[in-house]
Every structure is written in structure tokens, then in C-alpha cells.
Design a protein around this ligand. Structure first.
Ligand code: IMP
Length: 459
């Protein structure tokens, strides 16, 4: 039996940041929407395989095809390169449908001339998000709201059925994996077991919150879902083996994190999190590849904070500065269009998530958005009931009550979007970047001064 090869020796990269040996992970260090897609886009050409390991179509990132920008939710960012293998690992939950899921993305980008064939591989172990998961997602949110008499205790999910699908994965008897979806006999058998359970539980939940529920039938679901399975079958395979073989052949892999570390089901602001392992810690379980070959772990940190959905956000700005940042930064959700809750940069949170991920480098995004704000603030700790907290608390209730302790920094008024040299940045902007790396203890290797691939400054 072959052991995992011990070293990836290739270092033939175009980018100094990825020049070391080994694979690379790109992960978000806040509550998502840090601009990971821009960095994946920038670095993809240095890798042979691009792999998603967590989340589903709750995430969103953009790829450019010519001058056109496409919002993708499930397809890995290397999909527009014909020579890259794009893997959706077993830790991802896949909505297969052509109205909201991966078939929709495939249809949209093939219309634009992108060929999708062997370059897309979906794990047979990945779990399928089926239409009833979305119904269940909405019913749970409504039931939580009813129980508490308000919406403030709901998670504010994206409504994509992510939590219920991961819950079925843990329940096991009601789970359907992509390998089942593409095998008609197995699919029918799995649906025959699942549908009666869903009919009982969802009808009861719907009655509880006063909503209609349309009874599911095995035949109806089978006809719909097996047609999706047929289309996706050529892409479904044992991606663990594929990744292992790619590694053995000295190929380099880029792991594309979805969502972000503060939304991690174990280490985020639980219960106001998503349902997967969103940090580099999730790569092993989400792909089946042991993490010993990871050379670079790049954490993307937006120069301020944003959050969509419920949960604590100590540095949230519910004032004109917040409105200004939201409008200049175009802070509206890619997946749901919801306005994001923006706030000052929380360095205590970012230091915590950089530690969780084992970051070797940081990328800052969004600094241009802060131009014109006279005094900038970064959170360097919290006060909770009179006691100073220097670390990010595990308990979301503590975080909700905690008062941020701010360090003030001089702002800058220059426009940064055209700058390509770190030394050309205004002194105050450089001080801001250097405050981040000093506090977090990880070097900032790229400063993004705008959302385009070219708007990046390497350090
Ligand atoms: P779910 O993943 O749809 O269950 O949503 C759980 C929480 O995570 C909600 O507050 C969502 O707004 C948030 N969330 C999930 N994915 C993302 C993301 O990619 N960016 C930002 N927030 C996200």
C-alpha cells in the first residue's frame, strides 16, 4: 500500500507568495465576504487542482469571464481554466438542482462558452441538498422565531437548506449522498426511507408555525432528482482518491475555503454559525487528504468587519460611518442580497481565527473603502462586566455583551485603487496594515486596493 507522499517538491509558481513547496489554503478570517475569491483568482494559475472542502451554495464568489463577472456558489474558482481540475470535496453539501444549485451554475457558464467536462469532479461522499431541506431550513427559522416571540434569536440562515442537509448527514438514516443520487436504484431506496420521515416531521413543524406543507411523494421526488443525477453522473467520483493521486504525481492543490472562521460550527460564534468546518482545520475531513502537505495557509482579512444574519458583532456601526462603509464597500450579500452589518475591524477576532487556521500569511482587502474617514478604530480586546478579555470568547452571549476596547489610528483621504507599490500608500494606510500584522502576529503579504485581480500590492 502506498503511503501519502511526504513532500510536494514543485515550486514552479508565478507568484512569490506561493513559491514554497506544498499545497495552499485560502480562508476567510471573519464572518465571510472578505474577498477570498479575488485571491483565489489571483493564485489559481499556480495550482493544478482547486478544491472546495466545506459549505455549499450559502457561499458566493465571483469569477471573471472576459469582461463579465459571474457569481458562483458551488463551482470552484478554477472552473474557467480548462487545464485545472476542480474538486468539490466530501465536506461540501451540494444542491444539484437547475433552479438554485450546481446545474444552474453549470448551465450559466457553459452558455458563455466555458466547457465543463472532466475538469469538474464532485465527491460521491458529498451530501445532496434536496428541495425539502430548504423547506426545513425556513420552518426551523420560523419555529425559533415563534418560540422566542421575535426574530432576534434566529440564525438568519441563507435559506439554502445547508443546516438541515448537514443535520441529515449526522442523522444518517435520512441522508442522501451524491453517490446515491447518481444510482437510480439506490436513490429510490433512500427516498423511500427518507420521504415518510420528512412528511411527518415537516408537516408537524409547518402546522406549528401555521404554514402550508405540500406532502412529498417518493415518485415525484425520484423523477425530479434522478434527472439531476443523470446529468451530474459524469462528474461524480471518489475525489479522495483523485486528490491522493494528484498529490502523488507532485501536483499542487489550492483549497478554497467557503464562508469563514467565525462561522465555523465548532469554533465560531455558535449557534450563530453555519454547519460546517470553515477553517483550514476542515480540509482533512472535508477532502480525505491528510493536512501534512499544506505549505501555505493564507488568511483573508477585510480592513473592517461585516456580518450577514444574526449573532453578536461587537464592533458593529449602527451610525453614519456604518452607512458610509456599507455603501462605499457595496456590502450587500452575494447569495441573498441582504445588507451586511458593518463595523470596525476586530483584531481580537482576527488574531483568534489566524491562530485557528495556522495562517502563514495574511491578505488585507477593502482598505480603500476606509479612505476619507478621519479617525479609524480597531478592536484590541473587550470589556465584559468590568473585566478585560484579551481573547475571543467561546460564548456568544458574552460576546454580545462585551464592549470593544479600541485603538484609534489616523485615517487617510487619498484614493488607493490605482496604487501598485506598497511604498506609494499613504503613511496612515501603511500604519493601518502594519498594526494588523503586528497585532495578529502574521505578515500581511498582499494588500488589495480594489476588487480586481490587478488591484493587488505584493509585499
Ligand atoms: P447557513 O449557512 O445558510 O445555515 O447560514 C448560517 C449563518 O451563516 C447565517 O448568519 C448566514 O448569513 C451566514 N453565512 C453562511 N454562509 C455565509 C457566507 O458565505 N458569507 C457570509 N455569511 C454567511
Amino acid at each position: 500500500m502506498t503511503a501519502t507522499p511526504d513532500t510536494i517538491t514543485r515550486t514552479d509558481t508565478k507568484n512569490p507568495l506561493t513559491s514554497g513547496p506544498g499545497h495552499c489554503a485560502i480562508v476567510g478570517l471573519q464572518w465571510g465576504d472578505e474577498g477570498k475569491g479575488q485571491i483565489v483568482d489571483l493564485l489559481t494559475s499556480d495550482y493544478d487542482v482547486v478544491t472546495r472542502f466545506n459549505g455549499g451554495n450559502n457561499a458566493g464568489h465571483s469569477v471573471h469571464i472576459g469582461d463579465e463577472k459571474f457569481a458562483l456558489h458551488l463551482l470552484p474558482s478554477g472552473i474557467t481554466y480548462s487545464d485545472k481540475t476542480n474538486v468539490i470535496g466530501n465536506g461540501v453539501v451540494v444542491d444539484p438542482s437547475p433552479d438554485t444549485g450546481i446545474l444552474k451554475e453549470i448551465d450559466r457558464i457553459t452558455e458563455r462558452g466555458v466547457t465543463i467536462g472532466n475538469n469538474l469532479r464532485i465527491s460521491d461522499r458529498a451530501h445532496a441538498v434536496l428541495p425539502y431541506h430548504k423547506v426545513e431550513d425556513a420552518l426551523y427559522e420560523a419555529a425559533a422565531s415563534k418560540a422566542m416571540g421575535n426574530d432576534s434569536d434566529t440564525i438568519g440562515t441563507t435559506g439554502r437548506g445547508i443546516g438541515p442537509c448537514y443535520a441529515d448527514k449526522a442523522y444518517r438514516s435520512t441522508a442522501i449522498r451524491m453517490g446515491d443520487l447518481v444510482d437510480a436504484d439506490k436513490l429510490r431506496a433512500k427516498l423511500s426511507k427518507t420521504v415518510p420521515i420528512k412528511n411527518v416531521t415537516l408537516a408537524a413543524l409547518a402546522a406549528h408555525v401555521g404554514r402550508e406543507f405540500e406532502t412529498l411523494t417518493v415518485d415525484g421526488l425520484f423523477d425530479q432528482v434522478s434527472a439531476w443525477g443523470k446529468r451530474l453522473a459524469p462528474h461524480v467520483c471518489d475525489t479522495r482518491r483523485l486528490l491522493f493521486d494528484a498529490q502523488a504525481a507532485n501536483k499542487r492543490i489550492l483549497f478554497e475555503g467557503a464562508n469563514a472562521a467565525l462561522l465555523d460550527v465548532d469554533h465560531g460564534t455558535y449557534p450563530f454559525v453555519t454547519s460546517s468546518s470553515t477553517s483550514a482545520l476542515g480540509i482533512g475531513t472535508g477532502t480525505g487528504l491528510p493536512p501534512k502537505q499544506l505549505g501555505q495557509i493564507i488568511g483573508v482579512c477585510k480592513s473592517y468587519t461585516s456580518r450577514v444574519g444574526g449573532g453578536p458583532h461587537p464592533t458593529e456601526l449602527l451610525n453614519e460611518t456604518g452607512e458610509h462603509i456599507r455603501s462605499v464597500g457595496k456590502e450587500f450579500g452575494t447569495t441573498t442580497g441582504r445588507p451586511r452589518r458593518v463595523g470596525w475591524l476586530d483584531l481580537t477576532a482576527v488574531r483568534y481565527t489566524a491562530q485557528l487556521n495556522g495562517c502563514t500569511a495574511l491578505v488585507t482587502t477593502g482598505i480603500s473603502v476606509l479612505s476619507g474617514i478621519e479617525t479609524l478604530k480597531v478592536c484590541v480586546g473587550y470589556t465584559y462586566r468590568g473585566t478585560r478579555l484579551d481573547d475571543f470568547p467561546a460564548d456568544a452571549d458574552i460576546l454580545a455583551e462585551a464592549e470593544p476596547i479600541y485603538q484609534e489610528l489616523e485615517g487617510f483621504s487619498e484614493t488607493l485603487g490605482e496604487l501598485r507599490d506598497y511604498d506609494a500608500l499613504p503613511a496612515a494606510a501603511k500604519r493601518y496594515v502594519e498594526t494588523i500584522e503586528q497585532f495578529v502576529g502574521v505578515p500581511v503579504r498582499i494588500v488589495c486596493v480594489g476588487p480586481k485581480r490587478s488591484q493587488t500590492i505584493m509585499r
